[in-house]
Design a protein around this ligand. Sequence first.
Ligand SMILES: *Cc1c(COP(=O)(O)O)cnc(C)c1O
Length: 400
Amino acid sequence: MQTGQTHLFIPGPTNVPEAVRQAMNVPMQDMRAPDFGALTLGLFEGMKSVLRSTTGTVMFFPGSGSGAWEAAITNTLNPGDKVLMARHGQFSGLWVEMAQRLGLDVEVIDVAWGAGVPVEAFSARLGKDCHDEIKAVFVTHNETATGVASDVAAIRRVLDENFHDALLFVDGVSSIGSLDFQMEAWEVDLVVTGSQKGLMLPAGLGILGVSEKALEASKTATMRRAYFEFSDMLKMNADGYFPYTPPTQLFHGLRQSLDRIATEGLDAVIARHHRLAEGVRRGIAAWGLSLVAEDRSLYSDTVSAIRVPEGIDARDVLRIAYEEFNTSFGSGLGPLVGKVFRIGHLGDLNEGMCLTALSIAEMALYRAGVPLQLGSGVGAAQAWYANAAQAQPMLRIAAE
Ligand SMILES: *Cc1c(COP(=O)(O)O)cnc(C)c1O
């Protein structure tokens, strides 16, 4: 018999706020009713603000982040198009695989798991592409497997410096609504996210931000698509309707999530993620453990991937946390299985929850045989959280 709450510290699905859960608990409604747009039309606008775009177009497809990947690719590219991608973790790797399966000519730059998108290598490659053979450049903003946040703005700069016309695709599944992301300023052409991460909802929506340039490309793109056809979606969306049955419950939840983000303020949400993540990182450092991310500049504020010491199996840490302390952490993925566990710190979260995550991780590590001082990580994080508001007046101003 399990008592109390179970704890979910995985990088998606994330905790759904009680107000969002309640907002979804409504009777089924007619998705062709004359007033259906009253629910949906505001969502497109709200989502655009979260993407920091005024000229982009938002689309909601039933599905998950991976479905939105497919929608982005099939609507804007042609079979055999050359695209440039980096592989530095499980998710960037899966995106490469999808692009290959869909028939793109993928040029992959492999870098270490723990590195970011290789800006210099992209620049060199784009500089040599005098005839603009590369049709799109793909960036995984936040590689969830390694806890690495890459510099999307730098990739835009590199495209501009090389006078290159390629479309800029961004996987923002574990960054949108949590990390600084600027669709307009960075001239991102296609950004993809899902409902179950920073947006604090159940899984079920694949969300896209599409630039005017990408919409233009979609008019002539010849890759096969049916369910994910942009033009079918756009035609119906104009009045707030959908070409097939939409997940209405999720729309009610999304309304509530977008309101929460707007009330807290997007800048404050981003600052909170930084403040909470920094406390988690200080705890990890106090244990004497290191992150997969190679450099401080790459640290993700939504997920930390933690290496366990040689001779310890990270799967034991996960199992002990789950079976004995009702707590889920993220597992190591791909080559990091057994070597790494992850703490997801995104979405509806506060200091007390992060301290719980650290406290339980500490016990599970200790029990799995890691020689650490119980309380050390929690203490280091407390020292940060107790003073973070004063030490970071800028963040406090942003929060007000
Ligand atoms: C979770 C995640 C995905 C996959 O999204 P699904 O919603 O599971 O399809 C893709 N990319 C990144 C970076 C993710 O974190």
